[in-house]
Design a protein around this ligand. Structure first.
Ligand SMILES: *Cc1c(COP(=O)(O)O)cnc(C)c1O
Length: 479
């Protein structure tokens, strides 16, 4: 071995040892960062390096500086933001992805990367039971998946009225009606913004108390629309986990001739779980679907899927139009034809590895277990006086408020203080959000590591915090 190889070998071994230590002890760390952003900034503060530093030292220095500001997001009692826990198998495949250094743009340059994607795409369509001829783009996450699907939608609804948006852009184009539920995820509005469709010019369709689009409201809104139309539905509302009533909504949108897109960042995975799939029945009749690998499939970040029924519409929207790289003549799939980027990491490997590791049965069992644990946490919390579970727990999401008998203002204050105490305690982590005008605590059960014992520890930690807040509140009131 030459000296560069010796250095690389030593570096990789050290990182592997460190990784093992980090991941095996993450459950013992507090479920919150020790350092604030300001403190983390201080830890990294340094002028631009003028000369180099030996590899070993750079990596150990990185670990030292980063450690206090790391959030134990891969820990077993992390319930923030509906994000998966970077399963070790996905992480290991992701390491190999970096080690192999494949530029996954086209199948001639990187055959294995392109092949893994092709097969992982087929497995995804099978597991999610979506049309098998649909195309799948491997993107960074559901935000970009929504963007890609809606780009295909925009292109196709305009093509049908004789407008080529890929060539001519939106200047002078017929206008498009975009209908979206009022409780859609914020990132879908960003996708619309990137596409020149505007985040405010959309028609917001009324939703019920669980955040589901109300079918007669969609029918009514469509009656007032003519010309190219896109309807955006949702599987898995971020706060309640509720899924739109697809069997009722899709036929209405279809009869109108709309392109039907579904944001299913996490909720689409209910399709892979027979015990939950009734929530997302009929979804296969839509035109496009956005989902994430880094949520319920537990791949590391940088993993989302843009799935489009009409593969040609998908390609037209994403193909790089210049003659570089060479056009594909053999009909084989090039990864870059379904995503915005050309050069990128080979995202298919991690997805392939997670599906292979868990299998259809393992994925179904995990989704069902998370839903069961969510119900367990909900019922454990609801039995404590003053704690209210605000949603019907149909999936893995639970929203909770504290101070049931208090005025809205005091209730919001008690909820926020309870969350602060929970976060300071560090047994578990959940975030707060505003839902229908009130502050709520949101619990997302979506880590492969979370067990019944973790759920029980979580219930106790929350109740402990709530009791302490009540005591404090009582003391404040009496002085
Ligand atoms: C998480 C989420 C998104 C955004 O996904 P990213 O992977 O963070 O880009 C969009 N929609 C819903 C419903 C989500 O839960």
């Amino acid at each position: 071995m030459n000296s560069a190889s010796v250095e690389a070998a030593s570096l990789f071994e050290k990182v592997a040892t460190y990784a093992t230590r980090f991941r095996t002890s993450v459950g013992d760390r507090p479920q919150r960062p020790e350092a604030t952003y300001r403190e983390a900034l201080q830890a990294f503060e340094a002028p631009t390096p003028e000369s180099g530093t030996p590899a070993d030292y750079v990596l150990s220095d990185l670990v030292t500086r980063a450690s206090p500001g790391l959030h134990a997001m891969t820990g077993p009692r992390f319930y923030g933001w509906v994000i998966g826990a970077s399963h070790p198998v996905g992480v290991a495949a992701d390491w190999l992805t970096s080690v192999w250094g494949q530029n996954a743009g086209n199948h001639m340059a990187a055959p294995a990367a392109a092949a893994a994607e092709t097969i992982a795409a087929r497995w995804l369509l099978d597991l999610l039971d979506l049309p098998r001829q649909a195309s799948v783009g491997f993107v960074t996450g559901a935000t970009v998946a929504n963007f890609v699907c809606l780009a295909a939608a925009r292109g196709e609804v305009l093509r049908q009225v004789g407008w080529d948006v890929e060539s001519n852009g939106l200047f002078g184009a017929p206008s498009i009606s975009v209908l979206i539920g009022e409780e859609a995820h914020a990132t879908v509005f960003s996708a619309l913004q990137f596409l020149g469709l505007g985040h405010d010019r959309v028609i917001r369709v009324k939703a019920d108390e669980a955040g589901r689009m109300i079918p007669p409201a969609l029918a009514e809104a469509l009656r007032n629309c003519s010309g190219p139309t896109i309807v955006i539905l949702q599987a898995g509302q971020i706060n309640t986990g509720a899924c739109d009533a697809f069997p009722e909504l899709i036929p209405v949108a279809r009869a109108h001739g709309a392109w039907i897109h579904v944001d299913g960042a996490f909720g689409l995975w209910a399709r892979a779980c027979p015990a939950r799939s009734n929530l997302v029945a009929s979804i296969e009749h839509a035109d496009s679907w956005a989902s994430d690998g880094h949520k319920w499939l537990q791949t590391p970040y940088d993993s989302g899927y843009a799935i489009v029924r009409d593969a040609e519409a998908h390609r037209r929207a994403m193909t790089i139009s210049a003659s570089y790289p060479p056009p594909v003549s053999d009909g084989d799939r090039d990864p870059s034809h379904f995503v915005p980027e050309l050069s990128r990491r080979a995202r298919g490997f991690a997805t392939w590895a997670m599906i292979r590791h868990l299998g259809r049965e393992g994925i179904a069992a995990m989704v069902e277990r998370h839903c069961r644990l969510a119900r367990r946490i909900a019922s454990g919390l609801a039995s404590e006086p003053g704690v209210s579970v605000l949603n019907e727990v149909v999936l893995n999401q639970v929203i909770v408020s504290f101070g049931a008998d208090a005025s809205p203002e005091i209730g919001d204050n008690l909820t926020c203080r309870t969350m602060q105490r929970i976060q300071a305690d560090g047994t578990c982590f959940m975030g707060g959000v505003q839902w229908r005008g009130r502050w709520v605590m949101r619990v997302s059960v979506i880590s492969a590591q979370t067990t019944d014992a973790d759920a029980d520890q979580t219930i106790l930690a929350v109740i402990r915090a709530w009791r302490a807040v009540q005591e404090e509140h009582g003391i404040q009131k009496s002085v």
